[in-house]
Design a binder for this molecule. Structure first.
Ligand SMILES: O=C(O)CCC(=O)C(=O)O
Ligand SMILES: [Fe+2]
Length: 369
């Protein structure tokens, strides 16, 4: 039975029975720390799976509509201190290729994405065009909670989700970032790569690394990614995650900020050569995960990982990435975590639309009073 949290109003969008408690209860801390990942197989209830899929489909349609309906060429970039977008990327044909998920970077430069995150792309017109919903000044793919109350609840407040993240992190964790990672049929997937904690201030090796700094101790400063696949990510349909159990104990943000050409053979012939698990002594090996519908997977984001191609005949892979991290005791005091769009969270806080639970998860590492 779920005990309502007395201090908060329960959001209307909340689905109480989101996760299967017996799957949540199976989490094995020792295995997670040893392997660097944990599969929550079939953890979504049928209703949870339906709601998650419906939200991701709706958000994808909203974002695709914004890509196609916005007059990107007419936006005054210079007035906002931004470079104009290259004209060849603004044709309807090109923009069509940016739809369907995971292709938004072809249209929206990193500079523009950061501007939307910090300031929001609001008026004066022309600006983002939304049909039948309010613009939040950014794209749904870059921060889905801004456009969907169910996703806002499950990523910031839902008791079962907070219990899941609590198992990974302990008492306190802050949101690092949320990205929608739908992949259309025929999507090519991603080569082997990993990610640094925050801006890489604490990395002990560079992005290739030789493995000298391997440690048997689970690192205290951790960012852990959780992918939810309401319709699965199986071998048959593709878009499946590849991991290397134990490789998270080498603190190497592999090719995090460069081209990612490596597939399994390249990885076996180079980075994996001679690397062993610092606890078990076994040679490190690649594992591809086939996750049935309604599953999630959590993994330490220092571990190199890979995404298989999505088969051309499969339906789109629906996926949300939810990345949280342990707070950094040395971070500058800040009201909000740097991964939350500042313009959005400040507007929500001013309008008193953030629950106490969301304020905790969105707070800075060392929250300012
Ligand atoms: O599954 C995906 O689409 C990407 C997974 C990934 O690289 C990540 O979450 O960092
Ligand atoms: Fe990644």
């Amino acid at each position: 039975m779920e005990i309502p949290d007395e201090e908060e109003d329960v959001p209307a969008a909340r689905l109480h029975d989101l996760l299967r408690p017996e799957v949540l209860a199976k989490f094995d801390r020792a295995a997670f720390e040893r392997d660097g990942y944990w599969v929550w197989e079939g953890i979504l209830t049928d209703a949870g799976r339906q709601r998650w899929t419906a939200s991701l489909d709706r958000l994808q349609a909203m974002g695709d509509g914004m890509i196609m309906d916005t007059d990107w060429a007419a936006i005054d970039y210079a007035a906002r201190g931004l470079e104009p977008l290259p004209p060849e990327t603004l044709t309807p044909e090109f923009r069509k290729k940016c739809c369907g998920g995971k292709k938004l970077g072809l249209l929206i430069s990193n500079e523009l994405r950061i501007y939307m995150h910090d300031h929001g792309l609001f008026g004066p017109e022309p600006t983002l065009v939304t049909r039948g919903f309010d613009s939040q000044g950014l794209m749904p793919e870059h921060f889905a909670p801004a456009y969907d109350a169910f996703i806002l609840d499950v990523t910031s407040a839902h008791p079962q989700m907070m219990e899941l993240f609590g198992k990974l992190f302990g008492a306190r964790f802050v949101l690092d970032h949320i990205i929608m990672l739908n992949r259309a049929p025929g999507n090519k997937g991603a080569g082997w790569h990993a990610h640094p904690y925050r801006q890489g201030e604490y990395e002990v090796e560079d992005a290739i690394g030789e493995g000298h700094a391997v440690t048997p101790r689970f690192l205290q400063r951790q960012c852990i990614r959780t992918l939810v696949h309401p319709e699965g990510a199986t071998f048959e349909e593709g878009g499946e995650l590849g991991v290397i159990p134990g490789a998270h104990l080498y603190r190497i943000p592999y090719k995090w900020n460069s081209a990612r050409p490596d597939h399994d053979e390249a990885m076996r012939n180079s980075w994996l050569q001679g690397k062993t698990h610092p606890v078990t002594g076994a040679a490190l090996e690649i594992v591809h995960l086939s996750l049935p519908p309604g599953s999630m997977v959590s993994f330490v984001h220092h571990m190199p990982h890979h995404v298989g191609p999505r088969h051309p005949d499969a339906p789109p892979r629906r996926t949300l990435l939810m990345a949280y991290r342990t707070p950094d005791p040395e971070a500058e005091p800040a009201r909000w975590s740097e991964g939350i769009p500042r313009q959005w969270v400040e507007r929500m806080a001013a309008a008193e639309k953030l629950s106490p639970a969301a304020r905790r998860v969105f707070a800075g590492d060392n929250p300012r009073a």
